[in-house]
Design a protein around this ligand. Sequence first.
Ligand code: SF4
Length: 340
Amino acid sequence: MSASDDDIPARLLAWYDRHARTLPWRSPPGAAAPEPYRVWLSEVMLQQTTTAAVAPYYAKFLARWPTVEALAAADDGDVMAAWAGLGYYSRARNLLAAARMVVERGGFPDTEEGLRQLPGVGAYIAAAVAAIAFGRRAVVVDANVERVVSRLFAIAEPLPASRKAIYERTGAITPASRAGDFAQAMMDLGATVCTPREPRCLLCPLSADCAARAEGEPGRYPVKAAKRAKPTRRGAALWIERERAVWLVRREGTGMLGGMRALPDDGWSARSDGSGVPDGEWEDAGVVRHGFTHFDLELAVHVSRTATPVGDGEWWPLDKLEEAGLPTLFAKAAARAGAR
Ligand code: SF4
């Protein structure tokens, strides 16, 4: 660490004491740490998802399952339905499995290593929970921190290859005390000041330390490797209706959108198009488009009142469709079928 780097934690924590964001899962700067259940739940929800999108789900989960014990005892289908719309559904399956493991072992592990044994808890969540809930010195690097550190040290190597250097640089400025506040301060700096486009360097407590600012073009960091174009997959969703009810299936346990209620479909996947619409009289209700991480999907919606129900499922009353917990893709398809 250079002489200047030595001052980074103190400068950042002083800024955090005045400017910390108020978030439902947070304790104010310097206050007692929040319960590990709350930190873990919020961090699982926040993966790939914005704080604004997470806030209502976090409130709903805490109201319904206020403790890890309550969540561990929940019905799988209820949790999957409550997660509907938040996306990346493997997170909900792992959430339940982890809650049950925590209850079985008598509480949350309080080290990064122990936390990583929980389903769905990778390096980032383990470090965040260890630092924020247990006050451990842990190196916490999310996308915001990645951006701040890439700029602070003008790391020219492109992501994702630069992750190791970013982790090491973050480690070098992570203090032994107030590690949780430090992690949250870095996240807040990235979210509110060192923003992706047009960082507000004049308001930044680290502007004197920042190599990218000294170079004059901080927005060029973090350098990113050229993206490969996402493929577009095509599939069909089947809306089979009888007497004010629609046929819904539950998707396979660990596949895409696994465990969620859904319309039957033609077997499309990240790797291939679907097999097309089965024989019968189908009405074309148009196409819905949906972006997944690794591909875009064009899902043609087909409607029938006479087709034989497909797969293992149940007739679901149309006037209670909102309670089915359909993931966003199928909610869009249902809206398209209803609007024809
Ligand atoms: S000076 Fe600017 S680029 Fe550097 S960390 Fe602060 S906001 Fe980001």
